[in-house]
Design a binder for this molecule. Structure first.
Ligand code: 5GP
Length: 208
């Protein structure tokens, strides 16, 4: 990131200025983060998606090592004790989720940027640990639309849907903690907004 003075003076510094980015997305389940991230990654080979570890069971067609690292409680606790997580949290007061630190460090060493989907507690930890992380809150256009999307997904029973709606209320109230807000009423326009965020962040100077 950035650069210091060199024989060429400022010219080589500004030419070489680049910014590997940790792009953190949060927002209620059903806000469309996964679709947005998939669409974003389709033409962004310099970005990779962080694969979280979780103690919850796989849903639908989810695959271990692709969607999540599915691990049991004891393994999760040992990873916490070994400080293998950059951040971790209990989401819905139920299951634990965490971002493996090594993967992120490896991507930065390879000059790649990372995009991740984590909850508001995790985003707070990332902000505290990495001041230059870029945080984006993705919100659905309304509560009714969120309820419609969650029921339409068909992956959760009624109890799980109402738990998610309840948590959504808490999460949406944290939107102002984030650097950017994207209201996802339409995937194409949300994608354009996310690309604009990345473009603007790339032009940021080290002192900004
Ligand atoms: P789901 O169970 O629907 O896949 O995810 C539930 C919530 O967990 C989502 O809001 C997602 O943002 C959050 N989440 C997924 N991975 C992580 C993680 O590594 N850390 C934290 N803090 N939250 C996560």
């Amino acid at each position: 990131m950035g650069g210091s003075a060199s024989a060429d003076g400022p010219w080589s510094v500004i030419r070489d200025h680049k910014r590997e980015m940790l792009l953190v997305l949060s927002g209620p389940s059903g806000a469309g983060k996964s679709s947005l991230i998939d669409a974003f990654l389709a033409d962004r080979s310099e970005f990779v998606r962080s694969i979280s570890a979780t103690t919850r069971a796989p849903r639908g067609a989810e695959q271990d090592g692709v969607d999540y690292h599915f691990i049991d409680d004891d393994t999760f606790k040992s990873w916490v004790a070994e400080e293998r997580f950059l951040e971790h949290a209990q989401v819905f007061g139920q299951h634990s989720y965490g971002t493996p630190r090594h993967f992120i460090e490896q991507q930065f060493a390879d000059e790649r940027s990372v995009i991740m989907d984590i909850d508001v507690q995790g985003a707070r930890q990332i902000r505290a640990a990495m001041a230059d992380a870029v945080t984006v809150f993705v919100a659905p256009p309304s509560r009714d639309e969120l309820a419609r999307r969650l029921r339409g997904r068909g992956t959760d029973d009624d109890q799980a849907v109402s738990r998610r709606l309840h948590k959504a209320e808490d999460e949406v109230s944290c939107w102002a903690e984030y650097d950017y807000l994207i209201i996802n009423d339409d995937l194409d326009s949300a994608l354009r907004k996310l690309r604009s965020v990345v473009a603007a962040e790339r032009m940021r100077t080290p002192s900004a």
